[in-house]
Ligand binder design. Sequence first.
Ligand code: CTP
Length: 397
Amino acid sequence: MLKGKHIILGITGSIAAYKSAVLCRLLVGAGAEVKVVMTPLAKQFITPLTMATLSKNPILVDFFNPENGEWNSHVKLGLWADCYLIAPATANTLAKMATGVADNLLLTTYLSARCPVAVAPAMDLDMYAHTATQRNLERLREDGVHIIAPAAGELASGLVGNGRMAEPQDIVAAVAELLAEKKKPTLTGKHFLVTAGATIEPIDPVRYISNHSSGKMGYAVAEELAERGAQVTLISGRTALTTPKGVERVDVLSAEEMYQACVERFEQTDGAVMCAAVADYTPQSVASEKIKKGEGDMAIALKRTRDIAAELGQRKGNRILVGFAMETQNEQANAEDKLRRKNFDFIVLNSLRVEGAGFRGDTNVVSLIDATGRKDLPLMSKREVAEHIVDKIEESL
Ligand code: CTP
């Protein structure tokens, strides 16, 4: 359940922080990627070196790196995460969270996070039982924070009672359950084709023409469709990503292979989302042996590839077809032109001019354009962009 999930582990200044090491190991062991944020006081209880080693990522404590001034962006961190787990959470941190105080990186990250948040309180029994703490916990619950209840037992003070942080394995189980919450199966019975990744156009047995597409956007769309109950066939060019759960993946290399794979299957579907970065040109001929270098320069003759989206646009009928456009100039006019030319129901415009958008990263800034107008979305994770795209597909169905 935690495989591939992005988890921020927040550690505050409590003696229970020693258990955060075990917690971190369990999360990493379950396949999660963990980034640790600590309050300055937490460093007194467990060393950043321990947590950096276990999480395999540098520890974040300050708003910026005092050595080089580099900003630790709580906004990016908040967008990156699938879950923000604060364990241990002290009475002080819970109080600040409940009132929106933002005086350290752990708290600013809390205010920026759009993912589910879980806290595992740890404190002495009287602090835990105090009306103020209980009031803060109640308010956090109302704010949607998931409280992983402390257990009863011997406390650091020697007193026995409620306030001991839940055991690491119980915290991991609670996080897994939180992330497993099912989406409504609104697309059951529907079948979609999604193209993703970069195509590879061979020049000779060792060289090829390709592009920087990571496939993340297309994989996020495939995952979102599958989570809503759709049958998904992902026609994938080159990527380093793992296949999302419940998705049938068909690997292809060249634009021509992707064309064949899509055309063969489109008729049986309810629509397609064309996220792949397909090469527009391919070598006129592929050398059967490795091309040896000569003295002078060389040129490779290229021919146009077939436009998969345009072909599906011709065959569309009442299926839904969604396209992408990546533009650096005349964005609106170029995107509208593609919308019409390829017969898309709507097009997702990616501006390469905006920071946080485009290739490789985990975030994107896009606009959704259809015949009736344009909706600009703010900077968000590719997963969230996928949710907006699938919401619009549902509206169009
Ligand atoms: N597309 C496709 N087959 C191709 C080329 C593009 O299916 N051979 C799809 C892409 O997946 C995307 C949309 O068409 O959904 C992009 O259209 P395209 O005209 O290639 O736009 P750009 O990639 O932005 O390139 P250009 O500006 O050069 O037209």
